[in-house]
Design a protein around this ligand. Structure first.
Ligand code: FMN
Ligand code: SF4
Length: 431
């Protein structure tokens, strides 16, 4: 099984230096695109590869690039931004790539920047990823020294500057337009779309924001071609994917696997199954802002279309397992606490609605809930759903809630009618 993204990542050792990275073929794709390909050819190659963005929404990468104005009349400068903000609960895949092989990200960024003819690029990094910050700083310097960044790269006439920017540590900064505001030194709330960043992004200029994992795929697609890339996967979606599993499993972790492995394979073959004494109850397949799936979905392939058909989203591909001894109400309350705290406060439904949801869940969890609270929660899943808020944070927050009400409704009702949490070891009388 080929693992192009992680093949040079070795646990417990520092990432490859530039020299070592070159020895295993590093920066060959930069040489190839700068010497042999036009920017449009690179865009078409990536379009043909059917690479879908790994940041959560799964939008076609080549298609997204094709919206950037090209040619001599295009607005300048253009920007390329690597989204390394990774703050979704349960998601820790980009960290592996950032800490394990920073040159691979830089190489992907140079390919992407060339494809859209950007001359300035940023790595927008989650502030808490201190080790990644050190490694990326070192890698950028090495790349400048070797002539892969800066003026007239490898004598091609193409120029690219690259900067590391560490974010302030808010989940919102990962949303691409809020990220652009943050990069401009403004408050990190999202922008209205259209115009899309591809046309009017950073400082009002054409900008592409791509996820770290998305960018890391590019050198391999350029080096090995579309047919090879398609052959890596087990489904219509192409390539490999970094999948993660957390929760009460024997060996939580992150693995690069062909797109299309099933939830069951991930859970049993890679995460070692449930810990002794715990049973599987449900899974958020793509991180904290996706819908629960349950036992009947265990054989669903982890690809975009199959997970959607099962009623959830592939999201970041990092699953969180709910076991039979964890209270689903407390579990969802915990998530809603995070989302309510991270609301940027820009639009009323999210700013007011998420804390309300959080309070209702806390009351139910503590045995203080009322039967009508379930209807109130259901109302919120619609009121904060797609199209009713300014960005996707609130609709994303509603996904685990709406599916918990669907699959674990009885557990909510028991809290209400028994006036305490059935999972609590200590009797909690209703207050
Ligand atoms: C609240 C919120 C947080 C997000 N956080 C991230 C993030 O940390 N990293 C990321 O790549 N995308 C994140 N996204 C998705 C980005 O807005 C964007 O779709 C993505 O960076 C595009 O890259 P891709 O096309 O390579 O997937 C977030 C979206 C929302 C609504
Ligand atoms: S949905 Fe929430 S996070 Fe998004 S703009 Fe509105 S208040 Fe901000």
């Amino acid at each position: 099984m080929e693992t192009p993204l992680t093949q040079h990542i070795v646990a417990g050792r520092k990432p490859l230096s530039l020299k070592e990275y070159e020895q295993v073929g590093g920066y060959q794709s930069v040489r190839k695109v700068l010497k042999e390909m036009t920017p449009t050819e690179v865009q078409n190659l990536v379009k043909d590869s059917n690479l879908k963005g790994r940041g959560g929404a799964g939008f076609g990468t080549g298609l997204k690039w094709s919206f950037v104005p090209m040619g001599p009349d295009a607005a300048m400068p253009k920007y390329l931004v690597a989204n390394a903000d990774e703050m979704e609960p349960g998601t820790f895949k980009d960290r592996l790539l950032l800490e394990g092989n920073p040159h691979q990200l830089l190489e992907g960024m140079i390919v992407a920047a060339y494809a859209i003819q950007a001359n300035i690029s940023y790595v927008f990094l989650r502030w808490a990823y201190k080790l990644a910050a050190q490694e990326i700083t070192k890698a950028i310097q090495e790349a400048y020294d070797a002539g892969y960044l800066g003026k007239d790269i490898l004598g091609s006439g193409y120029n690219l500057e690259m900067y590391l920017h560490t974010g302030v540590g808010r989940y919102m900064c990962g949303e691409e337009t809020a990220l652009l505001n943050a990069l401009e030194g403004k408050r990190a709330h999202p922008r209205a779309k259209p115009p899309f960043p591809q046309v009017s992004g950073l400082f009002g200029k054409p900008t592409i924001v791509n996820n770290v994992e998305t960018l890391c795929n590019l050198p391999h697609i350029v080096n090995n071609g579309v047919e090879w890339y398609k052959g890596l996967s087990k489904s219509a979606d192409t390539g490999t994917k970094l999948y993660g599993v957390s929760g009460r499993v024997k060996t939580p972790g992150c693995w690069e696997l062909p797109i299309g492995v099933t939830i069951r394979e991930l859970l049993e073959d890679y995460a070692g199954g449930m810990q002794d004494g715990y049973l599987f109850k449900g899974v958020l397949p793509g991180g904290a802002s996706t819908d629960f799936l349950v036992e009947q979905h265990l054989d669903t392939p982890m690809d975009y279309a199959s997970i959607q058909a099962a009623g959830s989203r592939l999201g970041t591909g990092t699953m969180i397992i709910l076991d039979d001894q964890t209270c689903p109400v407390g579990f969802v309350h915990n998530l809603q606490h995070f989302f309510a705290q991270e609301s940027c406060g820009f639009c009323t439904p999210c700013r007011e609605g998420l804390p309300w949801v959080e309070r209702l869940l806390l009351a139910i969890d503590q045995g203080r809930g009322h039967p009508e609270d379930i209807q109130a929660l259901e109302f919120h899943t619609k009121y904060l759903g797609p199209g009713n808020t300014f960005c996707a944070l609130a609709p994303g927050a509603m996904e685990p809630l709406q599916s918990a009400l669907k699959y674990f409704r009885e557990d909510f009702e028991r809290h209400i009618y028994e006036h305490h949490c059935p999972w609590s070891k200590v009797w909690q009388p209703s207050i």
